[in-house]
Design a protein around this ligand. Sequence first.
Ligand code: FE2
Length: 401
Amino acid sequence: MLTLLYRARMVGLKALVTLVPVPRPMLFVGADSTRELSRAIARFGARHVFIVTDATLVELGIIQPILEHLESLDVRTTVFDAVQPDPDFALIDAGTAELESAGCDVVLGVGGGSPMDAAKVIAARATSNKPAAQLTGIMKLKAPPLPIYAIPTTAGSGSEVTIAAVLSDRDAKLKKPVVDPKLVPVAAALDPKLMLGLPPGMTAATGMDAMTHAVESYISRHATPDTDRLALAAVRMIARHLPRAYADGSDIEAREAMAIAASYAGSAFTKANVGYVHAIAHQFGARYHTPHGLANAIVMPHVLDYTRPAAAKRMAELARAAEVEGGTDAELADGFIQRIRDLNAELGIPDHLADLKRTDVPAIAAAALKEAHSLYPVPRYMNRRCCEALIKRMLPPDEAG
Ligand SMILES: [Fe+2]
């Protein structure tokens, strides 16, 4: 009965994503493309840009050249650098108050997924009478947000091209997405020069977030020929370039390939959506503040093991994209899961979650399935018992028993 309800809901969502057009942002790509984006912002008539970022990027000197260039183009700037990982409702409301008192007419998110997501929701909150807590859910935005622009400094979330932003509900210990095509930025710059200083651990985690987007969108029941092309290209590029960017952060060719791949993967999942990996990883993030990409990387092999009986052919195609050797589809599907495990090991990502507590598993499973079964078109339905067993495989040795 539950699976029938779930299938019916997914059919409805598929009709929605097919009927609702999703805009694609204008992308400026390559070293110093940030300057091209700034010129576009000025040309499109912005008077005062509200830059949403975090204090680390200000300290690293990444924000100052953007400010100076915009000011040289007669565009005023105000910087809001209070974004922390996992932005919450209070941050959005505080940012919106600052935007309104400064009188900004455009929002520019600079940073990883958290600043870009915060920028998107602040732009929406500024044209809405509702507090941030009431904007979560699917297509809850009545008015168009202020124009949104994005400069990612990690190659991971794909937020610069997606319809989604994820907020934390700290009281409920839940992640709550805001999903609306109106959240797609007008334009973004994929500037690999801004990513050269990203530490290896963050390069690995964010890169595996992008890999998860590509994989989950490819095995999704809402995948289309268009999302398939984007997802396969992303998998190919990430498999080749993520180990390079991790081993040598100054490899600008690898950084640029990763930036493009993350945007491809973002475009793929904005239509085809994600699945159980994200549903479980979001609970780790909400409960233990596990970085999003790290949580995805740890969860992904286990969800692929579970999903394999229903998606061997699709996984074999992912394996070919990742240049895995093998003959039959079954061999290739197994090879792809092993490739993800090997990639995690190469990137220093553990196979268990150190913070995970056995006593938390039932609540995590319940919240993950609630999220997945209301939003994600997964290829193989999972019940509570299977989900709890799957999560227990990620317990640290001292909790595993
Ligand atoms: Fe993600």
